[in-house]
Design a binder for this molecule. Structure first.
Ligand code: UDP
Length: 139
C-alpha cells in the first residue's frame, strides 16, 4: 500500500553537510521525497513535536539538540513507507544499527542520530500536518 511518512534530517547531519547523502539512501531504497523544507526549529516546535518524551530524562537535551542548527523536514512516499523508512533509518542507537542504514552510516550517538522517522501511519499523519499543508506535498 502506498503510504506517506514524515522524516527529519537532524542537526548533526545538516551541520556536516550530509543532506544529499541521506537523501541518496532514502531514494535508493525506493522512497520518493514528495515535500522537503530546511527550517530552524523553534523551542516550542521541538517541544510539541517530542511531547510524548517530555517525562524522559533526555527530553531537555533532545529539544536543545533539535534547535541547535537547521533541520530538513520531509514527506516520503512509497510502498509501506512508514515501516520501510524505519528499516532504512536503522536502530535508534547507531551501535545497534544494521549495515547500510542511515544511522549506521552517519549517526554520531543515540541522541545525535541523524534522522527521525514516524513510527506509525497514525503518527505520520499527525507529524506531517505539523510541518506541511496538503498543497505543499506533491506526489
Ligand atoms: N533519544 C536520546 N536518548 C535516548 C533515547 C532517545 O537522546 O536514550 C533521542 C534520539 O534522538 C531519538 C529520539 O530521542 O531519535 C526519539 O527517541 P525514540 O525512542 O522515539 O527513537 P526513534 O524513534 O527516533 O528511533
Amino acid at each position: 500500500m502506498t503510504e506517506r511518512t514524515f522524516s527529519i534530517i537532524k542537526p548533526d547531519a545538516t551541520k556536516r553537510n550530509l543532506t544529499g547523502k541521506v537523501n541518496a539512501v532514502i531514494e535508493d531504497a525506493g522512497l520518493r521525497i514528495v515535500a522537503q523544507r530546511r527550517i530552524q526549529m523553534s523551542q516550542a516546535q521541538a517541544e510539541k513535536f517530542y511531547e510524548v518524551h517530555k517525562e524522559r530524562p533526555f527530553f531537555g537535551e533532545l529539544v536543545e539538540f533539535m534547535t541547535s542548527a537547521p533541520v530538513v523536514v520531509q514527506v516520503l512516499e512509497g510502498d509501506n513507507a512508514v515501516a520501510k523508512y524505519r528499516e532504512v533509518m536503522g536502530a535508534t542507537n547507531p551501535e545497534q544499527a544494521a549495515e547500510g542504514t542511515i544511522r549506521k552510516l552517519f549517526a554520531l550517538s543515540v541522541g545525535e542520530n541523524s534522522v527521525h522517522g514516524s513510527d506509525s501511519l497514525e503518527n505520520a499523519k499527525i507529524e506531517i500536518a505539523q510541518f506541511f499543508t496538503d498543497d505543499q506535498i506533491v506526489g
